[in-house]
Ligand binder design. Structure first.
Ligand code: SF4
Length: 461
């Protein structure tokens, strides 16, 4: 049943899903009405969100919201679980290259307070464990580990150290002190190669000194050995090569989706679904093959809508680039209600969007990709990539979304806002989005409307 693209509420989606099910719509094993995630898991935030009305979007949401159940089912069937922390895109590629292993990011618990509208009390519990409101909402992970009520406790916990934010570093160390053994691996802060210094090309058009690549490669080798021990199966170069090819297949789908949506005259998919879809690249939402299918469905839907000249938002909406993920998903809906459309994004893991080189020894390829992480290098590198994307997608305004308590956001957000506005000649605004932003909605709306109105007046000039 094809419907005109639009955003609908949870109640309407549940009615539509029931109709589709009666017609034999064919849903995956994790499919069903979205409303059940409110009743069973307490994800009350879903009642406040507006969702895309395509079946591809329904599949995306059900895939996202069943991750913890799918992880528990995998464990019950004898699979081993790896908790990867902070690197956002590297260790899972290695883990999924092994049989009977799944990797996920406990970091993802930072959205639990949003989804459960703080009824989970994870942020309060984290405070009691030593991580108060002066730290990033990722502190929810600390409490989720302790109470075991959200994600299953992993069999192996791996975390990158070194060039990571102070928040995560402090929280992960606290986690270890509380009894969770962590395999740390070192990520140096990426720097420009000096004149005459041996250097390597990284994905995303970056370069790094060859010594740094070698260091990361050796660190990842330690991780590979630990992963192999977990299932008594060596993580050989051949397995890794296959794993990289499979990860790249997912990344290609995502690249196709971004290109189709962000280049379109009117966005064929909403901002919220694009944020969720991009997140799949990081650890495949705990099912690599299915994540490819889910993304493929979104690509098909977006392509069909573009061909039919259909968009889900007002086609005249201001073309907006969004920097950083939001702690409250509702903020992505707000962009569209204020008259914007998402036409580009840097959700802090652009290195997970780039293809991993397939013509290099696999550990070296992964080391180069890990070093391209926008958060381990100078903010100027990050800004350069954003500028290129903004030009490519004809962006008219930039929103830099700060994460409350995040140690890097205070100075980095201001730099990005000023630099992007000057370089691109478009209005830019900085906002801060807490895990439940209801009380701030009027202020957030005013700030977004202001920047969109400036962009609108520039169009008319
Ligand atoms: S959002 Fe920022 S502060 Fe929080 S864990 Fe990620 S990089 Fe660190």
């Amino acid at each position: 049943m094809r419907e005109t693209p639009r955003q609908i509420c949870l109640e309407e989606w549940d009615q539509r899903q029931a109709t589709l099910a009666r017609q034999g719509g064919g849903e995956p094993s994790y499919g069903g009405p979205l409303g059940r995630h409110v009743e069973r898991e307490g994800n009350g935030r879903l009642r406040q969100l507006r969702f895309d009305n395509s079946t591809a979007a329904l599949r995306l949401w059900n895939f996202l919201l069943t991750e913890n159940q799918r992880l528990r089912a995998a464990r019950a069937q004898g699979e081993r679980l790896v908790g990867a922390m902070k690197d956002l895109g590297t260790v899972p590629v290695m883990a999924y290259a092994l049989p009977r292993v799944r990797a996920f990011y406990p970091d993802g618990a930072w959205w639990t307070p949003c989804l459960m509208e703080c009824t989970d009390r994870l942020l309060n519990q984290a405070e009691a464990l030593g991580a108060d409101a002066t730290t990033c909402p990722v502190r929810a992970m600390l409490a989720a580990f302790q109470n075991g009520e959200h994600f299953p406790r992993p069999d192996l916990l791996v975390c990158s150290a070194g060039a990571i934010c102070d928040d995560f570093s402090a929280i992960a160390q606290r986690l270890e002190r509380l009894g969770s053994a962590v395999l740390w691996w070192e990520m140096p802060r990426r720097r420009e190669p000096e004149t005459g210094e041996a250097s390597c090309a990284l994905p995303g058009g970056l370069r790094a000194p060859a010594d740094q690549v070698e260091c990361v490669r050796d660190e990842l080798r330690r991780v590979a050995i630990a992963l192999g021990r977990l299932v008594a199966t060596e993580l050989t170069a051949e397995r890794l090569r296959d794993g990289i090819q499979s990860a790249n297949a997912v990344r290609r789908e995502l690249q196709a989706l971004r290109e189709t949506v962000y280049a379109a005259a009117g966005a064929p998919l909403p901002a919220l679904e694009m944020l969720i879809a991009e997140m799949l690249a990081v650890h495949f939402c705990s099912d690599r093959d299915e994540s490819r299918v889910v993304l493929g469905g979104l690509v098909q839907e977006a392509t069909r809508r573009v061909a039919a000249r259909q968009s889900v938002v007002d086609e005249t909406g201001i073309r907006v680039y969004w920097v950083n993920p939001v702690a409250d998903l509702r903020a992505m809906n707000l962009l569209e209600t204020c008259g914007g459309q998402l036409c580009g994004s840097d959700f802090m893991f652009t290195h997970a969007l780039d293809l991993i080189p397939e013509d290099l020894p696999p550990l070296e390829a992964l080391a180069r990709t890990a070093l391209a992480d926008p958060m381990v290098g100078p903010v100027q590198d990050r800004a350069r990539r954003i500028v290129q994307e903004c030009r490519r997608y004809r962006v008219e305004a930039v929103v830099v979304s700060r994460i409350p308590g995040a140690s890097h956001c205070a100075w980095e957000g201001a730099y990005l806002r000023e630099h992007l506005a000057a370089e691109l000649g478009v209005p830019a605004v900085e906002i801060e989005v807490p895990p439940v932003c209801d009380a701030l909605l009027p202020a957030l709306r005013t700030r977004l409307q202001a920047v969109l109105e400036i962009a609108q007046s520039r169009r008319r000039a």
